[in-house]
Every structure is written in structure tokens, then in C-alpha cells.
Design a protein. Sequence first.
Lengths: 236, 236, 236, 236
Amino acid sequence: MINNRIENLKQEVFEANIELVNQGLVIYTWGNVSAIDRESGLVIIKPSGVDYDVMKASDMVVIDLEGTIIEGKYKPSSDTPTHLAMYKEYDTIGSVVHTHSEWATSWAQARRAIPVYGTTHSDYFYGDILCTRELSKEEVNKDYELNTGLVMIQTLKENNKNPLELPGLIISNHGPFSWGETSQKAVHNAKVLDEIAKMAYRTEMLNPNIQPVNKYLLDKHYLRKHGASAYYGQVK
Amino acid sequence: MINNRIENLKQEVFEANIELVNQGLVIYTWGNVSAIDRESGLVIIKPSGVDYDVMKASDMVVIDLEGTIIEGKYKPSSDTPTHLAMYKEYDTIGSVVHTHSEWATSWAQARRAIPVYGTTHSDYFYGDILCTRELSKEEVNKDYELNTGLVMIQTLKENNKNPLELPGLIISNHGPFSWGETSQKAVHNAKVLDEIAKMAYRTEMLNPNIQPVNKYLLDKHYLRKHGASAYYGQVK
Amino acid sequence: MINNRIENLKQEVFEANIELVNQGLVIYTWGNVSAIDRESGLVIIKPSGVDYDVMKASDMVVIDLEGTIIEGKYKPSSDTPTHLAMYKEYDTIGSVVHTHSEWATSWAQARRAIPVYGTTHSDYFYGDILCTRELSKEEVNKDYELNTGLVMIQTLKENNKNPLELPGLIISNHGPFSWGETSQKAVHNAKVLDEIAKMAYRTEMLNPNIQPVNKYLLDKHYLRKHGASAYYGQVK
Amino acid sequence: MINNRIENLKQEVFEANIELVNQGLVIYTWGNVSAIDRESGLVIIKPSGVDYDVMKASDMVVIDLEGTIIEGKYKPSSDTPTHLAMYKEYDTIGSVVHTHSEWATSWAQARRAIPVYGTTHSDYFYGDILCTRELSKEEVNKDYELNTGLVMIQTLKENNKNPLELPGLIISNHGPFSWGETSQKAVHNAKVLDEIAKMAYRTEMLNPNIQPVNKYLLDKHYLRKHGASAYYGQVK
């Protein structure tokens, strides 16, 4: 029973990793997707440094929340401790995605949060797409990947953000992370984040004095798609 | 008889929605096309939040000009009241298109009209591609999608524009709408609008002091393709 | 005998027009290629406003140097007088290409020549890619397309340029023209011109104080590929 | 025995040249790959000016380290002396790649080194991607391609760089060179270099005051993938 769920999740995580390539968010080994089976506490994650064009669903690595390998012939992604920190802190998250997608990474390298410049952003992210502070030398030298997860959590908490309402952020100097209830949604959010990053860049070039949208427009767009009063899409 | 026309229009609207994806103007559910059968007053529109890769012609929703569903198992696009406002105001319009295409949306987020910087623009749009004013809190909170249509109409009227001579504009903070006599033309105009937006962006980067083209050049290009003196293309 | 040559040239011009689309230089009907058979003085050119996806080799229009249609069921491109002006002035030119390719058109709209910023430019264009002056109201209102050709010739002559050494330029407010001994070379030059325009744009963004390359570097690159001392490529 | 190795290397160099096109780094004949068989001292290189779409593995040219053609019906790439200079100076290099890839070439034309703005850069290049000084008139007029190689070596040496730790640089006014232990790695580095160049460009546009990353972050990322303490990827 667990095995069936885990096998399905391995297939799902594999496909989500491939979708990152198909969506133009990842080249070579520059990204990874994980997902968690909350009942068993097992996490499925991409193996480290394996090329996408030879990777198979059976190559996905099964670990527990402490990072111990439960099944799989490969080492898990070197970013594993970052993923696990998010799963431990937020039990609403079912999948975590990391990429070096070109536009979001440019904002990361500029060490800037992405302001809410329009309704595309408002449809998905309920506020600025935050940018973490830079890690200290100590945080980088010891437990770097864990500290990357901790600084994401710190950033969300200091800004009083529910991670499902802000399903992604930017790691300073590095690139974006996104998440969601499922790996499909987490990858979708990774794509949306990069599109928003691209349009925000061009918005600033076209109007260097541009200000974020009014709170009431953000509310309207976010809440017509999410939460109790949503009226976008079909009734589930 | 009506049924035949409506079935054909459903197929046409379906294909026009798919063409938005093929032209790179829409990802996920970020766009919609509608068309009107003027004789019956029935409007065909994309269903809300249905993925393009599973959508079929039979999923198109048939509504009347008040938005009442006449046929279809899905809810119509949440932007339906915007489309209907345009059909009611302008009886020359046969199809309306909305996208979040990347370049036009960047101008929308910058809250700027696109000046006429060249002949590509002049071949299709007889003047600046206008940008609507921002909606007030009241306009957003109540009847938002209707008010989006009304502010388009207000913008066209205040600038004395015939919608067929300016077959698209930009909604402040949001993205472009375009239209035409047929859905093929409306989608064509959506593509052209985004190309113009892209080249206008780069024009300003290359020459921050650039001014719009002379009125006589705009006239020449627009009128050699449109109206009684047109000589571009083949005799119909 | 003439007929054979003309039929071959129709096929060649057709394929060159399609190649513009394949190279990403043209969408819809935004471009045209012509070629001349010097012995008979006949010119083959794309018909006006015919979509690329339905166009056939047999749709190409055969005209003489005065623009009289010799063969073909369609009207020739509305830019025909521009092409003919170039063939009449320069008997070394075998083919002319016009596009609204996105980067070159942005420079055209910025009304700027493209300075020689590197060796890619120097490999093909022996000097700045010139930008024509703006046409006067009179020149636009009467014989606009002919005057577009004349201002190209004026620009080349005033700058003492041999058209085969500068196989393309930019029409102010409009877009690029390119040419060559054959339609393959003219299309090749259209593609190169757009790539150069793209990289020159980014060069200026990265270094607003950048200056053109030294004359000795331009000479080296242009002359190692062209003329008596060329040593690039294979011996013909 | 030598013949077998050389035949394999010809196939490998051919495929690496094609991969440049597939990765979008080269159009037309704007690039070349070579590789060396260290035991025999023979170098395989792309022929000069041969189109990629007709090129075959058997067209690759075999030369010795002095540039003498050992096998092959074509002239080798005109950039051959640049490649040979690198092989002679650095015996750890197994393959050299040259392209005019669009982003790296824009930095080359701007005559600027690419600062280390993030972890993508740090994962591959252990420091700024250097830009060579401009060549003098004498260096261009005589032995230009050799001098291009020599100025690369000068640049690496003056900055105390091990070429395997900085597997690429930018030739002022020209474009990038990259290298690696194998042709696959050298092409991989060419792609990475262009991606880094693209994101660095956008980083500066988003934040004109941006500074390079801290040395401890560069160390962390470079050293977790390279050298004795690497822990990224799978154990070989």
C-alpha cells in the first residue's frame, strides 16, 4: 500500500523533473523536484547530477525526513536538506522545486524581491516574491543547503506569509524555489514565477518610476482564484 | 440554420484559442477568445480555467449578450463581462481576444500607451495603442470584469477612436485586449500587438529621446492597407 | 531557355521567401524576396499580401524592370518599386530582401545606424550598417515605394559604399533591406543583419560608452573573407 | 591503434560541432570545435566555412600541432592557430571551442569581463570570466589567429588562472572561447558561458550597483562540484 503510493510518486516526481526541461526552466542538471508522501513521511527526490535525458523514474531517490536513503542506487540531490527543511516546517506543502530559470535567477543575482506589478503576479502570488537575505560565511561553510532552507523559512515568517499564498521565493545570489500541494502545482508555480520575473524586468525598463499595484487589485485577482470566494475556473 | 452557424463558430473559436498558444501568446489558461453571431446575438467563448491541451471545440460555451448560458457544460471565462461590453457597444466587432502576452503585458504593467514608432505599427493600428486609466477601488470590488470593458470603451471614446481602426489596447496593470471582424483577425491583431510592443520597447532602449513617426507616414501605411484607397494585397 | 532560367528562379525566390520564415525573420506577410535574371531583365518577386503557408512557387510574379507584369495571377509586392530601383542602380545585385525582422526594425525605429562593434559585423558588412534619412511628406505621399529605393541609393552613394561590401541597410522608421548576388546570399545577409542588430543593442546596454572597433580589425575580418586576399573557407 | 582513436575523435568532434547548433550557440559557420589526441599529438578540427547541415564526420581535418594537414580534403578552420596555441601551452586541455554565441559575444563587444554574480557562475567558473585586452595593429595584421591564442594565454597567466578552473574567456571585440578535458565538456562550458552572460546582463539591468558575490560563496559552489572535497553528483 505504501509501496504503491511511493511508486506512483516516483513516477510523478520523475515527470515533474522532465516538465522543468520541457517548460524551458532547466538545462543540464540545473534543477530538481521533490515530493512528500505525508502519511509515511517519505520524500522522493531527483538524484544528484544525473542528466535529464538518461534519467528514469526508477532513478528517483526515496529518503526519510532526516535525509536517510530508504531506496535508490543514487545519492539524492545536493539540495536535499533545503527541501527537507521546507517539508518539516510546513505540512501543507507536498512538493518543492528548485531551478536556475533565467529570469528569476537574474532577480536573485540582483538580490531583489519582485514587486507586484500586475494581475498575472496577483493571480498566483499574494504579495511580493520575496528575496532572502545573503547567508553569512558561517552559514555557507557549514550546513549550507540546510541554511538555505532555514533562510527561506525565516523570510516567509518575518513577512507573515502562508507558503501556499506565496508559493515561491528567490534565494539571494542563487535562484528560485517554488512549491505547492502537488508536484504539478509546484512546477506550474516555477514557470509562473519565471514569467512574472520576465515581465517585471521589462516593466521597470519601460517605466523606472513604476509603483506596485494597489492592494485592492491584488486582493481582487488573488481572491477570485483562491480561497472561499474564488469564482475563477470550474466548480470542483 | 442557427445551429449550423453556431457549431461552425464554436469550431472557429476553439481553433482561435489554440492559435493563441501556437503563436506563443498564451501559456496555461492565460487567455481567451470569443466571437459573436450577430444575427442571433449569441456569443461563443472559451470556458474558464480549462487547460488548452485537453480543451475541445465542444467545450466552448454559448451565451447570450446578458451572459446567460445557452449551451455548454462549463462556466464561461471569468472575463466574459468584458467581452460582452465590447460587443454591445460596437456592432462592427465580431471577435474579442484577451491574453497576457509577454511584451504587451509589460507595457500594461508600466501603465503606458505604445507610441507609433514605425511602419509595422502603422500598418495595423491607426494611432497609439492606448492604455486605460487604472480602475478605482469601487470599480474593482464590484463588477470588476464589466468595468474593465467599460474603461476600454471610455478610453476609445475619449480618444475618438473607431475600434476597427485601433483593434486593440492595453488594460492598465493587466494586459492586452484585441478584436476584429473575425476571430482570425482578432488573434492576428493580438500577435501584431505583441510584436509592436516588443519593438517599441527596444526602440526606446536604443534611443531614449525617440519621437513618434510623422502623421503623414502613419497615414500612408495605414491607408495603403485599409479603406477605400488601399493598394496593399490582392483585389478581393 | 529563358523560360527554364525563369522557372528555376521562381523556385529559388519561393524558397528564399520560405527561408525568411524558417529563420524567424518574418511572420505573416511581413517580408519579401525578389531576384533578377540579368540577361532577360526579368524580375521575380513575391506576390503582395499572400500568406506564406499557402504560397507556392507558381504564385511568384514575373515583372520587367518597369514593373509591368509579364506573368503571374497576382499583384507583385507593394514594395516592388523599391526592389526595382536597386536593380536599376546596381547591376551587381542579383536579389533583394525586405523584412521587419525584430532587432533590425528596432534600430530602424530608433533611426540609428548600427556601429561596427565586433568581428561578427566585420565579417559581413564593411562599415556601419547605415540608416536612411526620413522621407519628406512629399516623398511619402507620391511614389513612396520608389522613393524608399532612391533614399537607399542616396545613402549608399553619400557614404561611398559599394553595395556588395555593405549588403544591407536600415530604412528609417521602417525596417531593413538586404541584398546579394543570389537570393540565398541576400537572405543570409538578412539573418546576419538581425543578429548583428541584436548583439549591438546588448553591447550598448552593457557599455554605454562603447566605441566602434579599430579600422584595422574591421579590415582584417572583412578582407580575410572577401576579395583577393581572402583566406577564410575553401578554395572555390 | 592510433587510427582507431583518431577515427573516434573525428566522430566526437563532428558531433560536438553539431551540438553547438543544437544548443543554439552557432548559426551558419560561426563556430568550431577541435580536440587533441595527446598520445599522438594529432588535432582534429572543423573544416573552414563548411555549412553544418552538409558537414560529415569524415570532413573533419586532422593536423599536427604545427598545423600541417595530416589527413582531410578541406582546409582546417581559419581559427586553427588559436586552438593550437592553447593545446601547446596547456596539456590538461583536450578540446577547444569557439562560438559567436549571442550573449557572450555581446560582452566581448562591450569589452568587459563577466563578474561572478551568482551560484550558476560559481558552479563552473572559479572567478570572473576574463576579457582579453585588444590586439594591437601589428598583432592583427600579422599572425592574427595565433596572437588571439597568445592573448588568451597572457590573460590567464596574468590572472594566475588554471585553465581547467576557468574553462572559458572572452576575446575582446570578438566572442568567447571555451575548453575542457573532452569536447563534450568544452561544448557544455560554451553553453554555460552563454547562459551566465545572459543572466549577468539582466542582473546589471535590474541592479546597476550590484557587486560580485562573496568569495566564500564562490568557494562553496565551485568546490562542492570540483576538486578533492566535491560532494555534488555521483561517486565516479
